[in-house]
Write a new protein. Structure first.
Ligand code: ADP
Ligand code: MG
Length: 236
């Protein structure tokens, strides 16, 4: 067995305290190997965004640990964690989260600037990403002049900019029509199958099942190997 690229142990998250406390994630363990495409499916409010934000170093767990290639993410201080995140993880959001004042190329260059990649190298890599994601003609367009599918491809290019081993995606197809959704699904699939990255997608989009190498379900902050409402396992 190869070493996992990502590992989570006993992850928990409670928002708020006392009467108002919400236990969004209640004890999740998971392991991701290189090349795997893990799909975590669950309805709205089941804890998907909370889980993936903790895996991505963006939300401190109430309990539990996250290891990226053996490094304990939350053992580091904020600055070190940001640095680790930049090198090891690419994150894709449902609503793209592109910077509206920057064009496509500049958005892709952001993580490389932050990781102090020399400018000429950053430009070169951004060009390659634009090319391979079919965005060469869109390099100088700002987000408001791009379609949803194009915006998501720019955000994938940005996630890949520092050549991370791990890609995390929160509902990456939710704001896309079926054609663009399929295209984004295929790109995410290739990142695992061809490039050997570990990919975790949280979603309730059934279309993503086709590209997953493993599917788990989340309900009320807990993982289950079987679909919800399927107590005897007939569907799985
Ligand atoms: P999903 O992404 O599956 O829709 P979330 O992780 O966003 O689920 O939310 C899980 C639960 O945690 C929900 O009950 C939600 O209302 C609650 N929640 C999410 N974020 C916060 C927050 N910042 N403060 C309080 N409760 C939150
Ligand atoms: Mg969510």
């Amino acid at each position: 067995m190869p070493d996992p690229v990502l590992q989570a142990e006993g992850l928990e998250k409670t928002y708020g305290t006392g009467q108002a406390a919400v236990q969004a994630v209640r004890g999740i363990d998971l392991t991701l190997e290189a090349g795997e495409r893990l799909l975590v499916m669950g309805p709205s409010g089941s804890g998907k965004t909370t889980l993936i934000s903790m895996l991505g170093g963006m939300l401190t767990p109430s309990a539990g640990r996250v290891f990226l290639g053996g490094e304990d993410l939350y053992e580091h201080d904020e600055r070190q964690r940001a640095h680790l995140r930049l090198r090891k993880l690419g994150f894709i959001f449902q609503s793209f989260n592109l910077l509206s004042a920057l064009n496509a190329r500049e958005n892709i260059e952001v993580p490389m600037r932050l990781s102090r990649t020399p400018r000429s190298q950053a430009r070169q890599r951004a060009s390659e990403q634009l090319e391979r994601l079919g965005l060469a003609e869109r390099a100088a367009h700002r987000p408001r002049d791009l379609s949803g599918g194009e915006k998501q491809r720019v955000s994938i290019a940005r996630a890949l900019a520092n050549e991370p081993q791990i890609i995390l995606a929160d509902e990456p197809t939710a704001n896309l029509d079926s054609q663009n959704g399929r295209q984004v699904a295929e790109i995410l699939s290739r990142l695992g199958t061809v490039e050997g990255k570990g990919v975790i997608i949280v979603s309730h989009d059934q279309r993503l099942q086709d590209i997953a190498s493993r599917i788990v379900w989340i309900e009320d902050g807990r993982l289950d190997q079987r679909p919800q409402g399927d107590p005897v396992g007939v569907a799985g």
